[in-house]
Ligand binder design. Structure first.
Ligand SMILES: [Zn+2]
Length: 436
């Protein structure tokens, strides 16, 4: 079967091999290049793109015969940003009423909006660590077909937690109200964990998200509690790894953080109450931390200024938990833990996702390490460093540009002028390209 498949792919490649007449060669003249691989920027560099991939990066402004030139000689050029903690269809309306009125249809529309906003702000890839059953697969198909504009999406489908945990839609509700899709996000017991991971993969999951601690934005559960057993965590993680999927764990409390690292998790999301022992474990196991500072900042501000916009108990939890969450990123960084950038916030909350870079710098990361967090580190965490996260030969031509030097002012990353994804220019001169 494998041979057959390889043979037919080869035939297809021969049939569709670009002839000089229809080959699409583009060369980008980059004034300054931060390539996501080296810590040292280069100046006056040419990036040669053929169709959707980068074929060569060379010094000086060169123009191969027949290539279309994109002049970014006055700009700083970087790899497309990667948000390692996204919820592609999440609305900025976190009210209890929205839970009872919004349908999957609303969520798909929100996802279309979010996907476009990701591109506008320079995020050419997102890791969707929790959405409904329909949204991400439909968005992925729509983006691949060119029907809508959006980033590359790696989706976990529904995040998995036990009864009463962070993903339980019934938390805080009357016992006689039932949520039809609740069960798809619930795991109780190691056998159930194994089944739900397999079932998620069958429905299109590309990674798995588990939630071994309580959370902030849910009613009633406590972020400090370890809500899953070791056996449940291990079963979910081992099953996912056997099926070639990575696993992300939402975890706030130290016990849940330490236990899920020892169970073999690939990334700890939030990681609020991690301590020196947790950081030592992360380094020993090669575990990434995704600190999610933008959501922490946003929910804290909302809890202080307009707490009635949040469901019951959430404002109190936000005020208690999020200041520690923000401090954690700097402590982990100084301890030598691998950091990947994740916002946990839609770009439609009135905030620009690229603010996460500035928040990482404020937490103590150097500007270049903050940029690495949102490019090569996130690509490594996703498991696709050969395709995304850097501007090198062979990678997808996912490329952004800003004015000025973001290494001296990291906030410049919040004003992306130019976005190319897979060789297609989606934004130029600060404006989105209008497609026919
Ligand atoms: Zn999240």
């Amino acid at each position: 079967m494998k041979t057959l498949l390889a043979a037919s792919c080869l035939a297809l490649a021969v049939m569709t091999a670009a002839t000089p007449a229809d080959a699409r060669d583009v060369v980008i003249h980059a004034g300054r290049l931060i390539d996501g691989a080296s810590a040292t920027p280069r100046t006056k560099v040419s990036i040669l793109v053929h169709d959707d991939r980068i074929v060569r990066v060379e010094d000086g402004f060169v123009t191969p015969p027949g290539a279309e030139v994109i002049d970014l000689s006055a700009k700083t050029v970087l790899p497309g940003f990667i948000d390692a903690h996204d919820h592609i269809s999440m609305s900025e309306d976190w009210s209890t009423l929205a839970r009872f009125t919004h349908t999957d249809g609303d969520a798909v529309l929100t996802g279309v909006r979010n996907a476009r906003r990701d591109i506008e702000t320079g995020f050419t890839t997102v890791r969707d660590v929790g959405s409904g059953p329909l949204e991400a697969p439909a968005l992925i198909r729509g983006i691949e077909a060119g029907t809508i504009i959006g980033p590359r999406i790696w989706t976990a489908l529904e995040a998995l937690a036990p009864t009463g945990g962070h993903s339980d839609a019934q938390n805080g509700m009357r016992g006689d109200i039932s949520f039809a899709q609740r069960d798809a996000a619930i795991i109780d017991g190691a056998d159930d964990a194994r089944y739900k991971v397999r079932e998620h993969r069958r429905r299109g999951a590309m990674l798995i998200k588990i939630m071994p601690s309580g959370g902030v934005a849910s009613i009633g559960d406590d972020p400090n509690h370890m809500t899953m057993t070791d056996a449940e965590m291990k079963s979910a993680i081992d099953t996912a790894h056997a099926l070639g999927m990575k696993v992300a764990a939402h975890a706030h409390g130290k016990q849940a953080i330490d236990h899920v690292i020892m169970a073999g998790i690939d990334s700890v999301e939030h990681g609020t109450y991690a301590d020196d022992e947790s950081y030592r474990l992360m380094k020993e196991h090669g575990t990434f931390l995704v600190p999610t500072l933008l959501v922490a900042d946003w929910i804290y501000q909302t809890a202080v200024k307009t707490p009635d916009r949040l469901p019951p108990t959430v404002a109190e939890k936000a005020i208690a938990v999020t200041p520690t969450m923000i401090g954690n990123a700097g402590r982990a960084y100084r301890a030598g833990v691998k950091i990947a950038l994740g916002t946990d916030l839609t770009g439609l909350s009135g905030r620009n996702k690229a603010e996460e870079f500035a928040l990482l710098v404020r937490a103590g990361l150097t500007p270049i390490d903050a940029i690495f967090a949102g490019t090569r580190n996130a690509a490594e965490l996703i498991g696709a460093p050969e395709d995304i996260g850097s501007i090198q030969a062979g990678r997808f031509a996912d490329i952004v540009a800003v004015s000025g030097d973001p290494l001296t002012d990291i906030k410049l990353l919040q004003k992306v002028d130019f976005v190319m994804k897979g060789g297609e220019v989606l934004k130029t001169g600060g404006r989105m390209v209008i497609r026919d």
